[in-house]
Design a protein around this ligand. Structure first.
Ligand code: UD1
Ligand code: CA
Length: 460
């Protein structure tokens, strides 16, 4: 007997007012459908079939190889979607079929596992996940007679007494495969929306082999994403969950509500995060690093004890003990070796800054390599672009680049060389040399006095 999962993700998501399928929108930095597929796989599903339709190509592009996709050409309702999946899955009569909505990113594997266990421990043809909602409007309501589940009625088809019920259906079911396809095929579309409702399978099965319910799912966990308000709510809930886990793992956050960590980020114990920190993509941060306030770090590696504040860092490798910011922009391909610094109003692009080297103020360094223990004076710019092509600047070890040097690439500055402040350097500088490029300073002694006298005589 296998557990075979169906994820319903073909719907249009009309209320998102978006051309994209709603399940590709991001929650906690990952597409909604990816969370659902992972939960289903982690719950022990042997195979997964995702029903796609609206925006199918985008959704299919997000699925792992282990998930199959079937296209529901017309979105005629959740029963029709389930039937479409079953057709593609072949004979399920000996199997258990888990059905999950594609728009519930917070649903956890443990909950699905518990639902599967409840089902296999009982005799029911269907075991239904339900929740108690403080605001049940919009959801299907669970109708019971005594303890027994009899049916689900959709909000728009419910009468006033039924609308007062606060136990809701959350589109999450475990079915015994035997006879499932036939039951679903028999469902009609005689309802307010003229759709084939999977919820109608409950009334049918209640009268045959019985329906069990696993009540008390956490209302936040089962919340669906149907509009932008719910998308923001799900994102906030996911963020709380992610942050809570990192705090348990030893990460310090001054204000967790203002820290945004994507699902694929990895942190070590002792990391310190200030408000306004966004850690995105495949970022890793080592112990005792400090990030924020107000920083974005995407697809980057941050070494132990490094500090990044008020800065934007994308696709960068940062070793231990590095300082970045305030107000630095580190662009892709940049590598900061141990103890290096990129200070205030500094932009680096595809630049490697060697051990202990510093670019402390107001510089642009692009397509460049800086050796160890070099200092790049304030206002220095690598002129890497001649309007047609990009060129490299190579700076050696223990180099002193004077303030406001223009380094016109391609260019090499040898070890222990100096450049004079304000120089426009267009030729290579040999190791140990000083290169100055500026006109001689002229001095006119007594100028101020002469000028003052002239002004006086003109005034008479
Ligand atoms: C559905 C349930 C409702 C439950 C609610 C929240 C039905 C009839 N109603 O309503 O009882 O309270 O979810 O869990 O099932 N989908 C398809 N193909 C279709 C129609 C829908 O794949 O033809 C997919 C959607 O993409 C979505 C899921 O099924 O992921 C649920 O559909 P949706 O339109 O969101 O249903 P609700 O009105 O929320
Ligand atoms: Ca829904």
């Amino acid at each position: 007997m296998s557990v075979r999962a169906i994820i319903l993700a073909a719907g249009k998501g009309t209320r998102m007012k978006s051309d994209r399928s709603k399940v590709v929108h991001s929650v906690g930095g990952r597409p909604i459908v990816s969370w659902v597929v992972d939960a289903v796989l982690a719950a022990g599903a042997d195979d997964v079939t995702v029903v796609v339709g609206h925006g199918a190509d985008d959704v299919v592009g997000l699925l792992p190889e282990s998930a199959a996709a079937v296209v529901q050409e017309e979105q005629l309702g959740t029963a029709h979607a389930t039937g479409t999946a079953l057709e593609a899955m072949g004979d399920v009569s000996g199997d258990t079929v888990l059905v999950v909505p594609g728009d519930s990113p917070l649903l956890q594997a443990e909950t699905l596992r518990a639902l599967l266990e409840t089902h296999s421990g009982g005799e029911a043809r269907c075991t239904l996940l339900t929740a108690i909602a403080s605001e049940p409007a919009g959801y299907g309501r669970v109708l019971r007679v005594g303890e027994r589940v009899r049916a689900i009625v959709e909000d728009r088809d419910a009468d006033e007494a039924q609308r007062a019920i606060d136990e809701i259906a959350v589109s999450t079911y475990v079915f015994s495969g035997e006879g499932l396809a036939a039951t679903i095929a028999a469902i009609d579309n005689d309802n307010d929306q003229g759709e084939y409702y999977l919820t109608d399978a409950i009334a049918a099965m209640a009268s045959e082999g019985g329906v069990a319910a696993m009540a008390g799912a956490d209302a936040e966990e089962v919340q669906g994403v149907n509009d932008h308000d719910q998308l923001a709510a799900a994102d906030a809930a996911m963020r709380r969950r992610i942050n809570r886990e990192w705090m348990e793992a030893g990460v310090w956050m001054q204000d967790p509500a203002a820290v945004y960590i994507d699902a694929d980020v990895t942190l070590e114990a002792g990391v310190r995060l200030y408000p306004g920190t966004h850690l995105e993509g495949a970022t890793t941060v080592a112990a005792d690093a400090e990030i924020g306030p107000n920083s974005v770090v995407r697809d980057s590696v941050v070494g132990a004890g490094s500090k990044i504040w008020f800065s934007v860092v994308r696709g960068v490798e940062i070793a231990a003990g590095v300082e970045v910011g305030p107000y630095a922009s580190l662009r892709p391909g940049t590598v900061m070796a141990e103890g290096a610094k990129a200070g205030t109003f500094v932009e680096l692009k595809e630049a490697s800054v060697g051990k202990g080297s510093k670019v402390p103020h107001l510089s642009y360094v692009g397509d460049a390599e800086i050796g160890e223990d070099s200092n790049i004076g304030a206002g220095t710019i690598t002129c890497n672009y001649d309007g047609i092509a990009k060129h490299r600047t190579v700076i050696g070890d223990r180099v002193f680049i004077g303030s406001d040097t223009m380094l016109v690439a391609p260019l090499e500055v040898g070890d222990e060389a100096y450049t004079g402040a304000g120089s426009v350097i267009t030729k290579d500088v040999a190791a140990g040399s000083l290169a100055v490029e500026r006109s001689q300073q002229k001095e006119l002694p007594g100028y101020a006095e002469r000028r003052a006298r002239r002004a006086e005589s003109e005034g008479e």
